[in-house]
Design a protein. Structure first.
Length: 146
């Protein structure tokens, strides 16, 4: 199998994901919830900790953080892509800033995203970032994230 550095479709899927992530960090989870395939095999591991498996679990933290978030932005930097047939992996650094319940959260996180190509279109199926104890404390104090 030939390994490609990147694929424009994967880059477009990543751009959509990070646009949706910024909207979520600004209080609107709808673009993120629409972006993900609603399947049993999607997974996430967020800066707020935990591991979500399947759409029923994956959607909760996106909505929970959006309900508390305002004025956020998440910028991907140092993106590195590899495409293996119908699976693509992105290694990236995320620079994030948002207000959660009036408390500012700023962080820089290493992240891994996995995309799957089905019917010629790329979809994110896994997102994993470093945990952030400050982010976890704020979310727990505010009673959200799930």
């Amino acid at each position: 199998m030939a390994i490609k550095q990147t694929d424009e479709g994967v880059r477009a899927a990543s751009d959509k994901f990070y646009n949706a992530l910024t909207q979520m960090a600004s209080g609107d989870a709808a673009p993120m919830l629409e972006l993900w395939p609603h399947r049993d095999d999607v997974t996430t591991m967020h800066p707020i900790g935990g591991r979500e498996v399947g759409w029923d679990e994956v959607q909760g933290p996106w909505q929970g953080v959006a309900d508390m978030a305002d004025g956020g932005e998440v910028t991907p930097t140092d993106q590195h892509f590899r495409v293996y047939g119908d699976v693509a992996i992105e290694l990236v650094t995320e620079k994030a800033s948002m207000s959660l319940g009036g408390e500012t959260v700023d962080g820089e996180y290493r992240a891994t995203n996995v995309y799957l190509r089905e019917d010629g279109e790329w979809h994110i199926i896994h997102h994993h970032t470093d945990t952030d104890s400050e982010f976890i404390d704020i979310v727990q104090r505010l009673g959200g994230g799930e």
